[in-house]
Design a protein around this ligand. Sequence first.
Ligand SMILES: Cc1cc2nc3c(=O)[nH]c(=O)nc-3n(C[C@H](O)[C@H](O)[C@H](O)COP(=O)(O)OP(=O)(O)OC[C@H]3O[C@@H](n4cnc5c(N)ncnc54)[C@H](O)[C@@H]3O)c2cc1C
Length: 431
Amino acid sequence: MNDRPDAVIIGAGVIGAAIALEMAREGYRTLNVDKLAAAGDGSTGSTCAIVRTHYSTRDGTALAYESFHHWKDWESYLGAPDERGYARLIQTGMVVIRSEGHDYRQHLRLHDELGIPYEEWDVATLRERMPFLDATAYYPARRPDDENFGRPSGDVVPGAIFVPSAGYINDPQLATHNLQRAAEAKGAEFLFHAQVTDVRRHGGRVRGITLADGREIDAPIAVNAAGPHSFIINRLAGVEGTMNVKTRALRHEVHYLPNPAGDRLPFVSDSDIGGYCRPEVGGTLVVGSQDPECDPREWIDDPDEFDRQVTPDQWRAQVYRLALRMPNLKIPNRPKGIADLYDVSDDWIPVYDRSDLGGYYLAVGTSGNQFKNAPMVGQLMAKLIAACEAGHDHDRDPVSVVGPYTGQRLDVGFFSRNREVIRDSSFSVLG
Ligand SMILES: Cc1cc2nc3c(=O)[nH]c(=O)nc-3n(C[C@H](O)[C@H](O)[C@H](O)COP(=O)(O)OP(=O)(O)OC[C@H]3O[C@@H](n4cnc5c(N)ncnc54)[C@H](O)[C@@H]3O)c2cc1C
Protein backbone atom coordinates (compact mmCIF):
# COMPACT_ATOMS: atom_id res chain seq x y z
CA MET A 1 0.00 0.00 0.00
CA ASN A 2 1.11 3.53 -0.81
CA ASP A 3 1.43 5.25 2.58
CA ARG A 4 1.97 8.66 1.00
CA PRO A 5 -0.93 8.96 -1.47
CA ASP A 6 -1.85 12.24 -3.17
CA ALA A 7 -5.29 12.00 -1.59
CA VAL A 8 -7.04 9.97 1.08
CA ILE A 9 -10.75 9.35 0.53
CA ILE A 10 -12.53 8.48 3.77
CA GLY A 11 -15.21 5.94 2.84
CA ALA A 12 -15.59 3.37 0.07
CA GLY A 13 -19.32 3.60 -0.48
CA VAL A 14 -20.66 4.47 -3.90
CA ILE A 15 -19.69 8.13 -3.45
CA GLY A 16 -16.12 7.47 -2.25
CA ALA A 17 -15.54 4.86 -4.98
CA ALA A 18 -16.84 7.19 -7.71
CA ILE A 19 -14.58 9.99 -6.47
CA ALA A 20 -11.62 7.57 -6.51
CA LEU A 21 -12.26 6.70 -10.16
CA GLU A 22 -12.58 10.29 -11.29
CA MET A 23 -9.61 11.53 -9.25
CA ALA A 24 -7.51 8.67 -10.62
CA ARG A 25 -8.55 9.78 -14.11
CA GLU A 26 -7.29 13.26 -13.18
CA GLY A 27 -3.92 11.71 -12.30
CA TYR A 28 -4.15 11.58 -8.49
CA ARG A 29 -2.82 8.52 -6.62
CA THR A 30 -5.76 7.98 -4.27
CA LEU A 31 -6.27 5.73 -1.27
CA ASN A 32 -9.80 4.96 0.00
CA VAL A 33 -9.91 3.86 3.62
CA ASP A 34 -12.99 2.17 5.00
CA LYS A 35 -13.61 0.56 8.36
CA LEU A 36 -15.84 -2.11 6.83
CA ALA A 37 -14.79 -5.19 4.87
CA ALA A 38 -15.62 -4.19 1.28
CA ALA A 39 -16.75 -1.38 -1.00
CA GLY A 40 -20.45 -0.64 -0.63
CA ASP A 41 -20.85 -2.42 2.71
CA GLY A 42 -22.08 0.78 4.41
CA SER A 43 -25.40 2.49 3.72
CA THR A 44 -24.87 1.93 -0.01
CA GLY A 45 -25.53 -1.76 0.66
CA SER A 46 -29.07 -0.94 1.84
CA THR A 47 -30.04 1.47 -0.91
CA CYS A 48 -33.10 0.98 -3.10
CA ALA A 49 -30.84 2.29 -5.89
CA ILE A 50 -33.71 4.02 -7.65
CA VAL A 51 -32.68 6.12 -10.63
CA ARG A 52 -35.09 8.99 -11.29
CA THR A 53 -35.09 12.62 -12.36
CA HIS A 54 -37.80 14.33 -10.34
CA TYR A 55 -35.86 16.58 -8.01
CA SER A 56 -37.11 19.96 -6.81
CA THR A 57 -34.24 22.04 -8.16
CA ARG A 58 -32.67 22.58 -11.57
CA ASP A 59 -29.22 21.42 -10.44
CA GLY A 60 -30.58 18.32 -8.68
CA THR A 61 -32.55 17.36 -11.79
CA ALA A 62 -29.65 18.02 -14.17
CA LEU A 63 -27.28 15.96 -11.99
CA ALA A 64 -29.75 13.05 -11.98
CA TYR A 65 -30.39 13.14 -15.73
CA GLU A 66 -26.69 13.28 -16.52
CA SER A 67 -26.04 10.37 -14.14
CA PHE A 68 -28.87 8.32 -15.69
CA HIS A 69 -26.89 8.30 -18.95
CA HIS A 70 -23.81 7.03 -17.12
CA TRP A 71 -25.78 4.06 -15.77
CA LYS A 72 -27.20 3.37 -19.18
CA ASP A 73 -23.72 3.30 -20.64
CA TRP A 74 -22.18 1.72 -17.53
CA GLU A 75 -19.56 -0.63 -19.01
CA SER A 76 -18.12 1.90 -21.39
CA TYR A 77 -18.21 4.62 -18.74
CA LEU A 78 -16.16 2.38 -16.43
CA GLY A 79 -13.75 1.32 -19.16
CA ALA A 80 -12.31 -1.52 -17.06
CA PRO A 81 -13.19 -5.16 -16.40
CA ASP A 82 -14.59 -6.54 -13.16
CA GLU A 83 -14.24 -10.27 -12.50
CA ARG A 84 -17.68 -10.22 -10.86
CA GLY A 85 -19.43 -8.76 -13.91
CA TYR A 86 -21.30 -5.48 -14.11
CA ALA A 87 -24.30 -3.99 -12.34
CA ARG A 88 -27.20 -3.13 -14.63
CA LEU A 89 -29.75 -0.37 -14.95
CA ILE A 90 -33.22 -1.93 -15.07
CA GLN A 91 -35.08 0.79 -16.94
CA THR A 92 -38.67 0.40 -15.78
CA GLY A 93 -39.56 4.07 -16.24
CA MET A 94 -41.24 6.01 -13.47
CA VAL A 95 -44.86 6.83 -12.74
CA VAL A 96 -45.26 9.92 -10.57
CA ILE A 97 -48.79 10.08 -9.19
CA ARG A 98 -50.08 13.63 -9.35
CA SER A 99 -51.32 14.82 -6.00
CA GLU A 100 -51.50 17.83 -3.71
CA GLY A 101 -48.41 16.46 -1.99
CA HIS A 102 -46.22 16.83 -5.04
CA ASP A 103 -45.29 20.02 -6.87
CA TYR A 104 -45.49 18.35 -10.27
CA ARG A 105 -45.66 21.67 -12.14
CA GLN A 106 -42.19 22.60 -10.91
CA HIS A 107 -40.91 19.14 -11.90
CA LEU A 108 -42.42 19.45 -15.37
CA ARG A 109 -40.89 22.92 -15.81
CA LEU A 110 -37.47 21.47 -14.93
CA HIS A 111 -37.96 18.50 -17.25
CA ASP A 112 -38.95 20.88 -20.08
CA GLU A 113 -35.95 23.13 -19.38
CA LEU A 114 -33.54 20.18 -19.45
CA GLY A 115 -35.20 18.37 -22.36
CA ILE A 116 -36.13 15.29 -20.32
CA PRO A 117 -38.92 13.39 -22.11
CA TYR A 118 -42.13 12.60 -20.22
CA GLU A 119 -45.79 11.84 -20.85
CA GLU A 120 -48.72 13.37 -19.00
CA TRP A 121 -51.41 10.81 -18.20
CA ASP A 122 -54.97 11.63 -17.23
CA VAL A 123 -56.63 9.26 -14.79
CA ALA A 124 -58.13 7.15 -17.60
CA THR A 125 -54.64 6.59 -19.06
CA LEU A 126 -53.23 5.84 -15.61
CA ARG A 127 -55.91 3.16 -15.14
CA GLU A 128 -55.36 1.74 -18.59
CA ARG A 129 -51.54 1.61 -18.35
CA MET A 130 -51.37 0.60 -14.66
CA PRO A 131 -54.50 -1.50 -14.11
CA PHE A 132 -53.13 -2.80 -10.80
CA LEU A 133 -53.17 0.74 -9.27
CA ASP A 134 -56.28 2.20 -7.69
CA ALA A 135 -56.65 5.94 -8.46
CA THR A 136 -58.47 7.04 -5.30
CA ALA A 137 -57.07 10.22 -3.72
CA TYR A 138 -56.03 10.05 -0.05
CA TYR A 139 -53.76 13.05 0.54
CA PRO A 140 -52.41 13.74 3.14
CA ALA A 141 -50.66 10.51 4.09
CA ARG A 142 -51.71 9.13 7.46
CA ARG A 143 -50.66 6.40 9.84
CA PRO A 144 -52.88 3.32 10.16
CA ASP A 145 -53.86 4.26 13.73
CA ASP A 146 -55.33 7.58 12.49
CA GLU A 147 -59.12 7.33 12.48
CA ASN A 148 -59.14 8.84 8.98
CA PHE A 149 -56.65 6.35 7.54
CA GLY A 150 -57.98 4.94 4.28
CA ARG A 151 -60.73 7.55 4.01
CA PRO A 152 -60.61 9.13 0.53
CA SER A 153 -59.86 12.85 0.57
CA GLY A 154 -61.64 13.47 -2.69
CA ASP A 155 -62.53 11.59 -5.78
CA VAL A 156 -59.47 10.39 -7.71
CA VAL A 157 -55.92 11.61 -8.22
CA PRO A 158 -55.64 13.95 -11.22
CA GLY A 159 -53.50 11.48 -13.19
CA ALA A 160 -49.78 10.83 -13.39
CA ILE A 161 -46.57 11.71 -15.16
CA PHE A 162 -44.59 8.97 -16.84
CA VAL A 163 -40.83 9.48 -17.28
CA PRO A 164 -39.08 6.74 -19.30
CA SER A 165 -35.54 7.66 -18.12
CA ALA A 166 -35.85 5.96 -14.74
CA GLY A 167 -35.56 2.59 -13.04
CA TYR A 168 -33.13 1.06 -10.58
CA ILE A 169 -29.70 -0.54 -10.36
CA ASN A 170 -30.03 -4.28 -9.88
CA ASP A 171 -27.03 -4.68 -7.54
CA PRO A 172 -25.75 -1.49 -5.83
CA GLN A 173 -22.84 -3.23 -4.09
CA LEU A 174 -21.68 -4.69 -7.39
CA ALA A 175 -21.93 -1.21 -8.93
CA THR A 176 -19.65 0.08 -6.17
CA HIS A 177 -17.25 -2.79 -6.74
CA ASN A 178 -17.29 -1.92 -10.45
CA LEU A 179 -16.20 1.62 -9.55
CA GLN A 180 -13.48 0.26 -7.27
CA ARG A 181 -12.09 -2.00 -9.99
CA ALA A 182 -12.19 0.82 -12.56
CA ALA A 183 -10.39 3.13 -10.13
CA GLU A 184 -7.78 0.45 -9.35
CA ALA A 185 -7.17 0.00 -13.06
CA LYS A 186 -6.08 3.66 -13.02
CA GLY A 187 -3.79 3.16 -10.00
CA ALA A 188 -6.15 3.85 -7.09
CA GLU A 189 -5.83 1.79 -3.90
CA PHE A 190 -8.39 0.67 -1.30
CA LEU A 191 -7.75 -0.22 2.33
CA PHE A 192 -10.48 -2.03 4.30
CA HIS A 193 -10.93 -2.76 8.02
CA ALA A 194 -9.29 0.61 8.61
CA GLN A 195 -11.12 3.08 10.84
CA VAL A 196 -10.16 6.74 10.71
CA THR A 197 -9.88 8.13 14.24
CA ASP A 198 -8.21 11.45 13.51
CA VAL A 199 -7.84 13.95 10.70
CA ARG A 200 -4.48 15.58 11.37
CA ARG A 201 -3.93 19.23 10.48
CA HIS A 202 -1.02 21.62 10.30
CA GLY A 203 -0.84 25.29 9.38
CA GLY A 204 -4.46 25.53 8.18
CA ARG A 205 -4.20 22.46 5.93
CA VAL A 206 -4.94 18.81 6.28
CA ARG A 207 -1.83 16.73 6.95
CA GLY A 208 -3.21 13.20 6.95
CA ILE A 209 -5.29 10.69 8.87
CA THR A 210 -4.70 8.38 11.81
CA LEU A 211 -6.24 4.92 11.94
CA ALA A 212 -7.61 3.06 14.97
CA ASP A 213 -4.52 0.80 15.05
CA GLY A 214 -2.30 3.89 15.35
CA ARG A 215 -1.08 3.94 11.75
CA GLU A 216 -0.62 7.41 10.29
CA ILE A 217 -1.16 8.06 6.60
CA ASP A 218 0.02 11.45 5.38
CA ALA A 219 -1.68 13.10 2.42
CA PRO A 220 -2.11 16.72 1.32
CA ILE A 221 -5.74 16.06 0.36
CA ALA A 222 -8.52 14.30 2.30
CA VAL A 223 -12.10 13.81 1.14
CA ASN A 224 -14.95 13.14 3.52
CA ALA A 225 -17.17 10.50 1.84
CA ALA A 226 -18.11 8.80 5.11
CA GLY A 227 -21.87 8.66 4.49
CA PRO A 228 -23.94 8.78 7.72
CA HIS A 229 -20.67 9.15 9.69
CA SER A 230 -19.83 12.37 7.80
CA PHE A 231 -20.53 14.66 10.78
CA ILE A 232 -18.10 12.64 12.93
CA ILE A 233 -15.31 13.00 10.37
CA ASN A 234 -16.08 16.74 10.07
CA ARG A 235 -15.71 17.05 13.84
CA LEU A 236 -12.35 15.24 13.68
CA ALA A 237 -11.27 17.74 11.00
CA GLY A 238 -12.55 20.68 13.07
CA VAL A 239 -14.75 22.02 10.24
CA GLU A 240 -18.30 21.24 11.39
CA GLY A 241 -18.70 24.63 13.07
CA THR A 242 -17.53 26.46 9.95
CA MET A 243 -20.25 25.03 7.68
CA ASN A 244 -23.61 26.73 7.25
CA VAL A 245 -25.22 23.44 6.19
CA LYS A 246 -24.73 20.55 8.59
CA THR A 247 -25.40 16.82 8.33
CA ARG A 248 -27.04 14.29 10.65
CA ALA A 249 -27.88 10.60 10.50
CA LEU A 250 -31.52 9.61 10.10
CA ARG A 251 -32.82 6.05 10.44
CA HIS A 252 -35.03 4.79 7.62
CA GLU A 253 -36.79 1.55 6.78
CA VAL A 254 -37.72 -0.12 3.50
CA HIS A 255 -39.85 -3.27 3.28
CA TYR A 256 -40.18 -6.22 0.94
CA LEU A 257 -43.48 -7.71 -0.18
CA PRO A 258 -44.76 -10.08 -2.85
CA ASN A 259 -45.20 -8.10 -6.09
CA PRO A 260 -48.75 -8.55 -7.45
CA ALA A 261 -47.97 -6.73 -10.72
CA GLY A 262 -44.86 -8.63 -11.81
CA ASP A 263 -42.92 -7.12 -14.72
CA ARG A 264 -45.58 -4.48 -15.34
CA LEU A 265 -44.64 -2.60 -12.16
CA PRO A 266 -42.39 0.42 -12.80
CA PHE A 267 -40.90 2.66 -10.13
CA VAL A 268 -43.94 4.44 -8.65
CA SER A 269 -43.54 7.69 -6.74
CA ASP A 270 -46.71 8.52 -4.86
CA SER A 271 -46.86 11.64 -2.69
CA ASP A 272 -50.61 11.12 -2.30
CA ILE A 273 -49.87 8.23 0.08
CA GLY A 274 -46.36 9.46 1.03
CA GLY A 275 -44.49 6.46 -0.39
CA TYR A 276 -42.80 4.80 -3.32
CA CYS A 277 -42.25 1.30 -4.62
CA ARG A 278 -40.29 -0.52 -7.27
CA PRO A 279 -39.98 -4.14 -8.40
CA GLU A 280 -37.29 -6.28 -6.80
CA VAL A 281 -35.81 -9.60 -7.84
CA GLY A 282 -37.53 -12.85 -6.85
CA GLY A 283 -41.11 -11.69 -7.47
CA THR A 284 -41.04 -9.09 -4.73
CA LEU A 285 -41.27 -5.32 -4.52
CA VAL A 286 -39.63 -2.74 -2.26
CA VAL A 287 -41.75 -0.11 -0.54
CA GLY A 288 -40.33 3.01 1.07
CA SER A 289 -41.53 6.25 2.59
CA GLN A 290 -41.27 9.82 1.32
CA ASP A 291 -41.09 11.14 4.89
CA PRO A 292 -44.68 12.44 5.17
CA GLU A 293 -45.30 14.76 8.10
CA CYS A 294 -47.20 12.14 10.11
CA ASP A 295 -44.13 9.86 10.31
CA PRO A 296 -41.77 10.43 13.26
CA ARG A 297 -38.16 11.19 12.31
CA GLU A 298 -35.60 9.12 14.17
CA TRP A 299 -32.34 11.09 14.31
CA ILE A 300 -29.37 8.99 15.39
CA ASP A 301 -26.56 10.44 17.54
CA ASP A 302 -24.24 7.47 17.15
CA PRO A 303 -24.33 5.93 13.64
CA ASP A 304 -22.67 2.77 15.00
CA GLU A 305 -25.56 2.20 17.42
CA PHE A 306 -29.03 1.94 15.94
CA ASP A 307 -31.73 -0.68 15.56
CA ARG A 308 -31.26 -2.54 12.28
CA GLN A 309 -34.51 -4.49 12.67
CA VAL A 310 -37.63 -3.19 11.01
CA THR A 311 -40.29 -2.04 13.47
CA PRO A 312 -43.86 -3.39 13.21
CA ASP A 313 -45.29 0.16 13.41
CA GLN A 314 -43.34 1.61 10.50
CA TRP A 315 -43.78 -1.58 8.48
CA ARG A 316 -47.55 -1.35 8.96
CA ALA A 317 -47.55 2.34 8.00
CA GLN A 318 -45.62 1.87 4.75
CA VAL A 319 -47.26 -1.39 3.72
CA TYR A 320 -50.86 -0.40 4.51
CA ARG A 321 -50.44 2.88 2.62
CA LEU A 322 -49.23 0.98 -0.42
CA ALA A 323 -52.20 -1.38 -0.08
CA LEU A 324 -54.50 1.63 -0.55
CA ARG A 325 -52.96 2.18 -3.97
CA MET A 326 -52.47 -1.47 -4.85
CA PRO A 327 -55.58 -3.37 -3.72
CA ASN A 328 -54.19 -6.76 -4.86
CA LEU A 329 -51.21 -6.48 -2.57
CA LYS A 330 -50.85 -9.58 -0.42
CA ILE A 331 -49.71 -8.51 3.04
CA PRO A 332 -47.58 -11.16 4.73
CA ASN A 333 -47.99 -11.67 8.46
CA ARG A 334 -44.27 -11.20 9.16
CA PRO A 335 -42.45 -7.90 8.43
CA LYS A 336 -39.46 -8.20 6.14
CA GLY A 337 -37.13 -5.35 5.30
CA ILE A 338 -34.07 -3.39 6.27
CA ALA A 339 -33.27 -0.36 8.38
CA ASP A 340 -30.28 1.85 7.65
CA LEU A 341 -29.19 5.47 7.82
CA TYR A 342 -29.46 8.47 5.55
CA ASP A 343 -26.81 11.20 5.84
CA VAL A 344 -29.24 14.11 5.87
CA SER A 345 -28.30 17.75 5.32
CA ASP A 346 -30.36 20.66 6.68
CA ASP A 347 -32.21 21.02 3.35
CA TRP A 348 -31.92 17.43 2.08
CA ILE A 349 -29.59 18.60 -0.69
CA PRO A 350 -26.01 17.30 -0.60
CA VAL A 351 -22.83 19.24 0.11
CA TYR A 352 -20.18 18.79 -2.59
CA ASP A 353 -17.60 21.38 -1.71
CA ARG A 354 -14.23 22.37 -0.36
CA SER A 355 -14.05 23.31 3.33
CA ASP A 356 -12.41 25.97 5.45
CA LEU A 357 -9.53 23.56 6.07
CA GLY A 358 -7.09 23.60 3.16
CA GLY A 359 -7.01 20.29 1.26
CA TYR A 360 -10.07 18.88 3.06
CA TYR A 361 -13.16 18.32 0.85
CA LEU A 362 -16.79 17.37 1.48
CA ALA A 363 -18.98 14.86 -0.37
CA VAL A 364 -21.64 14.57 2.33
CA GLY A 365 -25.32 15.07 3.10
CA THR A 366 -26.53 12.67 0.43
CA SER A 367 -29.93 12.68 2.18
CA GLY A 368 -31.20 9.29 1.04
CA ASN A 369 -31.17 10.24 -2.63
CA GLN A 370 -27.68 10.32 -4.13
CA PHE A 371 -26.83 6.73 -5.04
CA LYS A 372 -28.03 7.41 -8.56
CA ASN A 373 -25.86 10.53 -8.85
CA ALA A 374 -22.58 8.97 -7.78
CA PRO A 375 -20.95 8.76 -11.24
CA MET A 376 -21.41 12.49 -11.83
CA VAL A 377 -20.59 13.38 -8.21
CA GLY A 378 -17.21 11.72 -8.78
CA GLN A 379 -16.63 14.10 -11.68
CA LEU A 380 -17.81 17.21 -9.81
CA MET A 381 -15.53 16.41 -6.89
CA ALA A 382 -12.49 15.59 -9.04
CA LYS A 383 -12.81 18.85 -11.04
CA LEU A 384 -13.46 20.87 -7.88
CA ILE A 385 -10.42 19.40 -6.11
CA ALA A 386 -8.14 19.88 -9.11
CA ALA A 387 -9.26 23.51 -9.46
CA CYS A 388 -8.93 24.35 -5.75
CA GLU A 389 -5.53 22.67 -5.46
CA ALA A 390 -4.39 24.75 -8.44
CA GLY A 391 -5.30 27.87 -6.44
CA HIS A 392 -8.81 28.57 -7.76
CA ASP A 393 -11.11 30.40 -5.32
CA HIS A 394 -14.21 28.20 -5.62
CA ASP A 395 -16.08 30.11 -2.89
CA ARG A 396 -15.90 33.32 -4.90
CA ASP A 397 -16.04 31.88 -8.41
CA PRO A 398 -17.71 28.45 -8.28
CA VAL A 399 -16.41 25.68 -10.50
CA SER A 400 -18.85 24.27 -13.05
CA VAL A 401 -18.71 21.05 -15.02
CA VAL A 402 -20.36 20.19 -18.33
CA GLY A 403 -22.09 16.80 -18.31
CA PRO A 404 -20.49 14.63 -21.00
CA TYR A 405 -23.77 13.01 -22.08
CA THR A 406 -26.34 15.83 -21.89
CA GLY A 407 -24.04 18.83 -22.41
CA GLN A 408 -25.77 20.54 -19.44
CA ARG A 409 -23.64 22.77 -17.23
CA LEU A 410 -23.62 21.75 -13.56
CA ASP A 411 -22.79 24.48 -11.07
CA VAL A 412 -20.82 22.92 -8.19
CA GLY A 413 -21.45 26.13 -6.20
CA PHE A 414 -25.11 25.06 -5.86
CA PHE A 415 -23.94 22.36 -3.43
CA SER A 416 -21.96 24.79 -1.26
CA ARG A 417 -21.48 24.22 2.48
CA ASN A 418 -22.10 27.93 2.98
CA ARG A 419 -25.41 28.23 1.08
CA GLU A 420 -28.58 29.42 2.73
CA VAL A 421 -31.00 26.53 3.17
CA ILE A 422 -32.60 25.97 -0.25
CA ARG A 423 -36.30 26.72 0.18
CA ASP A 424 -37.25 25.02 -3.13
CA SER A 425 -36.20 21.69 -1.63
CA SER A 426 -38.87 19.12 -0.77
CA PHE A 427 -37.11 18.66 2.61
CA SER A 428 -37.59 14.95 2.07
CA VAL A 429 -35.91 12.02 0.36
CA LEU A 430 -37.14 13.49 -2.94
CA GLY A 431 -34.44 16.15 -2.58
C1 LIG B 1 -32.71 2.57 2.97
C2 LIG B 1 -32.08 3.48 1.93
C3 LIG B 1 -32.67 3.59 0.68
C4 LIG B 1 -32.09 4.44 -0.28
N1 LIG B 1 -32.63 4.50 -1.53
C5 LIG B 1 -32.05 5.27 -2.49
C6 LIG B 1 -32.54 5.25 -3.81
O1 LIG B 1 -33.50 4.56 -4.12
N2 LIG B 1 -31.89 6.01 -4.75
C7 LIG B 1 -30.82 6.80 -4.43
O2 LIG B 1 -30.30 7.48 -5.33
N3 LIG B 1 -30.32 6.82 -3.18
C8 LIG B 1 -30.91 6.07 -2.22
N4 LIG B 1 -30.41 6.04 -0.95
C9 LIG B 1 -29.28 6.91 -0.63
C10 LIG B 1 -27.99 6.34 -1.11
O3 LIG B 1 -27.93 4.96 -0.86
C11 LIG B 1 -26.85 7.08 -0.43
O4 LIG B 1 -26.98 8.46 -0.75
C12 LIG B 1 -25.48 6.59 -0.88
O5 LIG B 1 -25.41 5.18 -0.88
C13 LIG B 1 -24.44 7.15 0.07
O6 LIG B 1 -23.19 6.67 -0.30
P1 LIG B 1 -21.92 7.07 0.55
O7 LIG B 1 -20.76 6.47 -0.17
O8 LIG B 1 -21.93 8.52 0.82
O9 LIG B 1 -22.15 6.39 1.98
P2 LIG B 1 -21.83 4.89 2.50
O10 LIG B 1 -22.22 3.86 1.52
O11 LIG B 1 -22.44 4.80 3.86
O12 LIG B 1 -20.26 4.87 2.59
C14 LIG B 1 -19.58 5.57 3.61
C15 LIG B 1 -18.45 4.66 4.06
O13 LIG B 1 -17.66 5.38 4.99
C16 LIG B 1 -17.16 4.44 5.91
N5 LIG B 1 -16.76 5.13 7.12
C17 LIG B 1 -17.51 5.87 7.96
N6 LIG B 1 -16.78 6.31 8.99
C18 LIG B 1 -15.52 5.85 8.81
C19 LIG B 1 -14.32 5.97 9.54
N7 LIG B 1 -14.24 6.67 10.69
N8 LIG B 1 -13.23 5.34 9.06
C20 LIG B 1 -13.27 4.62 7.91
N9 LIG B 1 -14.40 4.47 7.19
C21 LIG B 1 -15.51 5.09 7.62
C22 LIG B 1 -18.32 3.50 6.14
O14 LIG B 1 -17.86 2.25 6.62
C23 LIG B 1 -18.96 3.42 4.76
O15 LIG B 1 -18.56 2.27 4.04
C24 LIG B 1 -30.94 5.20 0.04
C25 LIG B 1 -30.34 5.06 1.30
C26 LIG B 1 -30.90 4.20 2.24
C27 LIG B 1 -30.25 4.05 3.58
